[in-house]
Structures are given as C-alpha cells and as structure tokens.
Design a protein around this ligand. Structure first.
Ligand SMILES: [Mn+2]
Length: 472
C-alpha cells in the first residue's frame, strides 16, 4: 500500500481522522483563527509542532502559539496560566501529549480541543476531537506522522514536512534505517521517504549514534540528525558548562527547524550533519551543544559498563545498572542521556549472557530522588507494567508522599520517586518486584498458580503467551 493510499484508508476507517479534518475545515471559515498548540518536548513532539504550525499558517492563515513545556501531560493549571498571558484562542491543539480523559475539562477554556496522539489511552476524552490510532489497541506510530497525514489530507505537504516527520519517527524509534525495519504504521511513509531522501539512508562507517543499537560500526545521516537534535533538546542544561546563554532546548530545536525551512536548502541534498546545521547561529549553537553531549556520552558509556545480573525470567536476562546521570542532567525528570547509553548495551548483554532477550533496569539517583528507567524485555517482560506496578506499590507504602509515578511502553518505561522516600527503600522494592516476578513466572510454568498470583501476573503482564487457565 502506498502512503497516499494509507492516508485515504485511515480517513475512511478511523472516525477520529475524519472528524479532525472536519474540525479544521470548519475553522477555515474564521478569519485569522488563533491556535494554541501544546506539544511534547521530545523530537517527535517538536517535529509535530513544526508540521502543524506550517499547516495551520498555510491552510487557515492562522496565528499559532507553540508551547513545548518540559513535562508530558498538560495540566489545567498550566493551560490557565498560558491563557492568562496569551489571550483567547479558537482551537487548543495537543500533539504527542498523551490522551487523558480530563483533557475534556479544557473545553471550559477554549471552544475546540483537538488531540493528535499515539500513546495508549489514559482515560477516554468524550468531547474533544481525538485522532489516536492506539485508541482501541496499541498501534506503534509517531505523532509527527499523524500530523503529516492530516496535512496530506488538507493541503499538499512539502519536503520540509516530510523531513520533519522522518526525524519525528526516528526520535520515537518507529523505524531503523540501518537494520531496515519499521513498525507497520509508518512503513509506507518510510518507504516514500527513502526514495525522496536517499542520502539520509546511506550507510556510513562512522561513530554509532544513540539509535544504533545493534551494529556499532555504522550509522546513517537520519540517525545522526536525530541524535544532534535530541542533544539540542538538552541545550539549556549546558548553559553553565559551556558558559554561553542558550535558549530552552526544545524551542531552540523548533526554531532551528523553522529556520531550516526558511533557508530553502533542499533536504534531499544533505549529505553530512554540517550540511544540515548550516552556518546560521542556531545550527552553530546545536553543534557546540552536541560536542559537549558527546563528551558526556563517552563518560556515561564507561559508567554503564558496571551492570549486575539479577535474574533470568522467561529467558529474559534482567540486569541492573546503578549510576548517576551527567552532572548537567542531574535535575532532569525525563530520560536525558544515561538511559540511551544503557540501551546501547542491551545487545551485548544478551550475547555475553546467552539469554533470548535482556531487560536493563537503570537505578539513577538524581537531585529530586530516584529515577528508574527500564529498557528492553524483548516483548516478553513489559517495562511499562513493571514501572507502573513499582510506582503504585511505593505509593501505597508512602501514601502521604507526592511525586511518585511510573509507566511507559512495553520496551521503555520510567519510574520516578521523589525525596524524601529513602533511596534504599526504592531499591528494596525494585529488587522485591524482580524476585516476586521470578517466583510467579516459575509458578505459571509449573501450572501451580494461586488466584492471587494469577492476578499479579495479569497486572505485570507476565501472563502473555502463557496458559493461566490452571488456577488452583
Ligand atoms: Mn511521540
């Protein structure tokens, strides 16, 4: 199926897509509508914001205010604060910011709310307009591609839209140009992009990037771009280290992309990262930030050698790494550099340990408390379910404390536990969780499962592909 056919098919079969299109068509009747766009502060979110900004300006002649705050879900309070400063809007557009039931409450402040998202639902908004292919079952995708699809349906896309969606899909690990794999949803688009930007997909025997998890001697330009822009999202954290005044990273990357489109260089002709960054100040700043990021990466790479084997559950070797982030990243609440460094060790641990799959649990003390990142699991153990269960157990134990949260995807998830919950208590609960999972997995295999264990197995999603009928 071609990309254009996929867009037409989605328009016919996904009611969310049709209503998103209708909403924007209706908005086209207003003169200079004002749109407030909140987007996620990662690569997928920033490229989503770039694509919708250009669509709304071209198609609606809209004034778009873009916000990329450093947290995932939008709270009613931050929305209210923004509205106090920015005035009234005709549309609130949430891109790559999750799909939460309480987003319905935002209709109190703005007449129309449109959600473009690909994360599994957390509650079901009933009154917002929602385009999310993961609404009923998880469909791995990227928000930037949804924004590109919406644009394709309304107004012709250009090379910059294509280039941005490609970077967004890369940022969210929706495809791997070196291994030549991709998740189903983005495949038609990636095939089309490979034809449009052949140089971006050419194998280079250069330093592996954060995206090169299997072959450590090669990469491609699109991975290099993804890594430089990912580092750019952290730019402001290097203010002190570099001794220069750097704007908030996600905005720097966003404005760099807008500048790139203004430069009128042809993305199809980019061959090196220097071609992409160009000679303008924002590109030069991104280049300086990237040098610092690489030196942090190398330092963390040495730290990441000290992994400890904990257990093997259903042929998945579970390893732990106890390490701190780079000094400039101590205050981050999101995975900054270390979790990406740790991910590049998964394949090596699998080979040396002789496991079918590997999961790496990263225990990282930070300024606010402990940040646990789980990576891998091979589709057998579920990082998201484990982080969620760990957080909810810790919330039960420390019910008077705020700042405990956890969850995420199957193969990448986070759990953050703020002080004053003691670090050793978090470590204890983490180890207890692994031990408990090991015991339940053995019970499931032997067929001797209590009702209580079957329930725990379900919560931890340990029962996938296993027969749990034999509840005693
Ligand atoms: Mn995303």
């Amino acid at each position: 199926m071609s990309y254009e056919e996929q867009v037409q098919q989605l328009f016919r079969t996904d009611p969310g897509f049709a209503s998103a299109v209708r909403l924007l068509e209706k908005l086209n009747k207003l003169k200079h509508p004002r749109v407030l766009n909140f987007s996620h502060h990662d690569l997928d979110g920033i490229t989503s914001a770039f694509i919708v900004r250009r669509l709304l300006e071209r198609y609606l002649d809209a004034e778009v205010v873009t916000k990329l705050p450093p947290y995932f879900k939008l709270s009613e309070e931050s929305l209210r604060e923004t509205l106090e400063g920015e005035g009234r809007f005709d549309l609130l557009l949430l891109t790559d910011k999750g799909t939460f039931g309480y987003y319905d409450d935002f209709l109190r402040y703005i007449d129309r709310v449109l959600i473009l998202d690909h994360h599994p639902l957390d509650g079901r908004p009933k009154r917002c307009t929602v385009l999310n292919p993961s609404a009923d079952r998880p469909v791995p995708a990227a928000a930037s591609l949804l924004c590109h699809m919406l644009t394709t349906k309304l107004d012709p896309t250009d090379n910059y839209d294509d280039f941005a969606a490609l970077i967004g899909c890369r940022g969210d690990f929706a495809f791997d140009p070196v291994q030549k794999t991709s998740v189903d949803f983005v495949r038609p688009f990636i095939e089309r992009a490979r034809e449009k930007f052949p140089h971006a997909f050419e194998i280079k025997l250069e330093r592996p990037t954060m995206f090169d998890l299997l072959n450590k001697d090669r990469t491609v330009l699109i991975n290099q771009i993804g890594e430089v822009l990912h580092a750019g999202c952290l730019a402001h954290l290097y203010n002190q280290t570099l001794g220069i005044d750097i704007p908030y990273g996600p905005e720097l990357v966003f404005n760099f992309l807008l500048e790139l489109a203004k430069r009128r260089d042809r993305p199809a002709e980019f061959r090196t990262i220097a071609d992409v960054l160009g000679r303008m100040p924002k590109g030069q700043m991104l280049s300086r930030v990237f040098e610092q990021y690489k030196s942090d990466w190398n330092m963390l790479n040495r730290r990441a050698e000290n992994t400890v084997f904990l257990d093997e559950i259903r042929d998945v070797g579970i390893y732990m790494l106890f390490a701190e982030e780079a000094p400039a990243m101590q205050a981050t609440q999101f995975p900054a550099i270390l979790p990406f460094v740790a991910s590049t060790r998964l394949d090596e641990l699998k080979l040396t340990g002789g496991h079918s799959h590997v999961m790496l649990t990263l225990f990282c003390p930070k300024e606010r408390g402990v940040h646990i990142s789980m990576r891998g699991g091979g589709g057998v153990l579920d990082c998201g379910a484990m982080c969620y269960q760990l957080a909810s157990h810790l919330r039960d134990l420390y019910s008077e404390r705020e700042g405990i949260g956890g969850g995420g995807h199957d193969r990448a998830a986070e759990c953050v536990v703020d002080k004053p919950v003691p670090m050793y208590a978090v470590m204890h609960e983490l180890l207890a969780l692994v031990q408990e999972m090991s015991r339940i997995a053995k019970a499931l295999e032997s067929g001797e499962v209590t009702r209580e264990d079957a329930e725990k197995a379900r919560l931890l999603r340990l029962d996938r592909n296993l027969n749990v009928d034999s509840v005693s």
